[in-house]
Design a protein around this ligand. Structure first.
Ligand SMILES: [Zn+2]
Ligand SMILES: [Zn+2]
Length: 184
């Protein structure tokens, strides 16, 4: 599926401010396999303002994305927050124009104002906003390493059993038993 490009120069030729809506097919985002969605599209609402050194873009995403929980591996709905005030510029920072980046603005450098890759930008925003270890719930109990069951759904006592077997007392019991055998 093709990426969606915006020609910022053309779109803001006569205006200093535009609003635009896009429907981005989730498939076109080519997200890693741990992402899924029940809906086909993401709705993107953009505000773009022309500035001296580029464009300020503010993006509102609506849609449903699911991501795999890093503990139990079940997909869960992930909240995607609005992105605000991203400066799009072709002017990479040098020592002379460092004040460009002092505005609390995230900066996105592009090579050509006529080819702003929206699909790529959305993909990156989603990846950035996804925690490194996403959790369906802070309390998620994860998967039992012994029986492989989802411990949220089927609490098992595999680990308890294992602990009991390897507890210092069981070791002591073993030693005692050996000693008793020798004494016999
Ligand atoms: Zn989980
Ligand atoms: Zn288990």
């Amino acid at each position: 599926m093709k990426d969606i490009y915006i020609n910022l120069k053309e779109e803001l030729k006569h205006e200093d401010f535009i609003e635009k809506d896009y429907s981005l097919p989730v498939k076109s985002l080519d997200l890693p396999s741990e992402y899924s969605s029940d809906k086909k599209d993401l709705d993107i609402h953009l505000y773009i303002i022309k500035e001296k050194d580029g464009y300020v873009l503010s993006m509102d995403m609506k849609g449903e994305l699911k991501v795999e929980c890093s503990r139990c591996l079940e997909p869960f709905n992930m909240n995607i927050k609005n992105v605000s005030n991203v400066m799009i510029t072709t002017k990479r920072p040098t020592k002379q124009n460092q004040e460009l980046t002092q505005d609390d603005l995230m900066v996105e450098y592009i090579d050509d104002y006529e080819k702003f890759n929206l699909t790529n930008f959305v993909r990156e925003e989603i990846l950035i906003q996804t925690p490194i270890k996403p959790l369906c719930n802070e309390e998620c109990k994860g998967i039992c390493p012994i029986c492989g069951g989802n411990k949220n759904e089927n609490p098992c006592d595999c680990e308890k059993k294992l602990k009991r077997e390897s507890s210092p007392f069981s070791k002591l019991k073993e030693l005692l038993e050996k000693k008793q055998k020798k004494e016999k």
